[in-house]
Design a protein around this ligand. Structure first.
Ligand code: P70
Length: 470
């Protein structure tokens, strides 16, 4: 059988190649400021990369969210926006695309992922219920808690070990899940919350075998299974690459099978789906959809636009189709791996195996002399910016927030700094610049001191917290 999509020229001849399946038609100049200006900008930003102005950033690896380059087809689609308040033609295109590639029956647009998380949490969680998930995500967990739910992490233990080479480190531990159901009773489980390529674990995938087993367990107890589909296309790539029986199946086919085991999904379309803004919520059950469709008008907008312009929905419908092409995903993850290989060759501690959307520097090992309460991952993000204007993101103790009961910091095992690669934006030469900068910061690690938090917001503190050097 031939491979589902043509390989790149290099791959056809057995060479290592992840060359992009596109060329560049429009460019945006980058700005570089001096080291002195960067030092001033960092102090003004309270050592928090979220508070920097993007004009002061050279290579922006804060996030892959909403930062992708759209294609010429998507831009052409933007000109076809039907900006009707109700029943926009672009909504029907979006509905068709989600049905075709994700397989769910009912679709609601939302302004972005957390809008969808809010709706599903309010409708599907009763106060006091438990929501098992494969590692927390900041906004997902917050919306579950705001709805009165208790998040319970049931990811496999290997996920918390940055050096473990398990091929599906995003998997749920069926034993942990079964034990929770046993202990609390099925009626006390709101739903199972399963994310594809687990963000906080380093972009680690979930296997098809794992979701099949979760589905079976849920069926036995009458529990719903919902997906965080934000980076599920990238998850499908890893299944194709690593799971027996999937090498000859296309990413689109794998994605559709994966979703077939779930009762619905929420989506931050700003990632996989290649748009700058947007999200959606999809479910199969009619009654559940009716409730959600009613609630969407309270928080997002009418159910045929949900906070998006017609043009946004058109770009999204096209982006969905482009996002599931094998050659696109292969080159996207190939670029992330290229950076990972450079850093690994230089013995910089990173989360292994390299995941889908980012390189996660292991700040715990990078700055072994800085205690977790002095924010080693936040410190590393600050040092990278100082060195070269590269913007990264803390994913450690600052992101983990505080325990709702005790008020103490949550202290996650993973203390990481994320170098997140936007899709279709930077070149291999930019990756070289990034790797060299990380190496320079690593070389002077022993002289680096940690941080103290001087301002702490109540919700999602990492976004707006301020720090100063110890
Ligand atoms: C990121 C972004 C967003 C996200 C996600 C998963 C697995 C839901 C959402 C929410 C943006 C972000 C969000 C919180 C903290 C830092 C950064 N992740 N599920 O950079 O979607 O942003 O559209 O509301 O990754 O990882 P949205």
């Amino acid at each position: 059988m031939t491979h589902p999509t043509p390989l790149t020229m290099g791959q056809q001849f057995g060479r290592r190649s992840w060359a992009e399946p596109w060329k560049i038609k429009m460019v945006e100049p980058l700005r570089m400021i001096s080291p002195e200006e960067r030092a001033g900008a960092l102090v003004d930003a309270g050592f928090n990369t979220f508070l920097l102005r993007s004009d002061d950033v050279y290579i922006d690896l804060l996030t892959d969210s909403g930062t992708s380059a759209m294609s010429d087809r998507q831009w052409a689609g933007m000109m076809l926006g039907d900006e009707a308040y109700a029943g926009s033609r672009n909504f029907y295109h979006l509905e068709e695309a989600v049905r075709r590639f994700y397989g769910f029956r009912h679709i609601l647009p939302t302004h972005q992922g957390r809008g969808a998380e809010h709706l599903i949490s309010q409708v599907a969680i009763k106060a006091g219920q438990f929501v098992p998930g494969n590692m927390y995500f900041t906004t997902t967990r917050l919306h579950q808690e705001l709805a009165g739910g208790h998040f319970v992490d049931v990811i496999i233990d290997e996920a918390h070990d940055p050096e473990h080479l398990h091929p599906f480190k995003g998997n749920m531990d069926l034993g942990k899940l079964a034990a929770l159901i046993e202990r609390e009773g099925a009626a006390q489980i709101a739903y199972v919350s399963l994310a594809g390529t687990v963000n906080m674990a380093g972009g680690q995938p979930v296997s098809m075998a794992n979701i099949r087993a979760i589905r079976e367990l849920c069926d036995r107890h009458g529990i719903r299974l919902f997906l965080d589909a934000t980076r599920l296309v990238e998850n499908a790539f890893f299944i194709q690459e690593r799971e027996a029986g999937f090498a000859e199946r296309s990413i689109a086919e794998i994605l559709l099978e994966f979703c077939s085991y779930a009762d619905g999904a929420w989506m931050s379309a700003k990632k996989d789906n290649l748009v700058n803004i947007g999200g959606w919520l999809a479910v199969n059950e009619d009654d559940l959809f009716e409730e959600l469709r009613n609630l969407v008008v309270v928080y997002e907008g009418l159910h045929t636009y949900g906070g998006l312009a017609g043009r946004d929905m058109e770009a999204l419908a096209i982006g969905i189709e482009e996002s599931v092409q094998d050659d696109h995903v292969r080159s996207r993850i190939g670029q992330v791996r290229y950076l990972g290989e450079l850093l690994t060759d230089w013995e910089i501690p990173i989360v292994q195996p390299v995941g889908g959307h980012a390189i996660f520097l292991d700040a715990r090992r990078f700055y072994a002399h800085i205690p977790q309460d002095e924010f080693p991952a936040q410190t590393l993000a600050a040092e990278l910016y100082l060195d070269s204007g590269i913007r990264s993101m803390e994913r450690g103790i600052a992101s983990a927030g505080r325990d709702a009961k005790t008020g103490d910091h949550n202290r996650p095992k993973l203390e990481l700094t994320r170098l997140t690669i936007p899709r279709r934006v930077y070149t291999q030469a930019h990756m070289d610049v990034v790797a060299e900068s990380v190496k320079a910061v690593h070389d002077k690690r022993d002289a680096t001191r940690g941080l103290r938090m001087t301002y702490e917001p109540k919700y999602l503190r990492f976004f707006q917290a301020r720090f100063e050097r110890l």
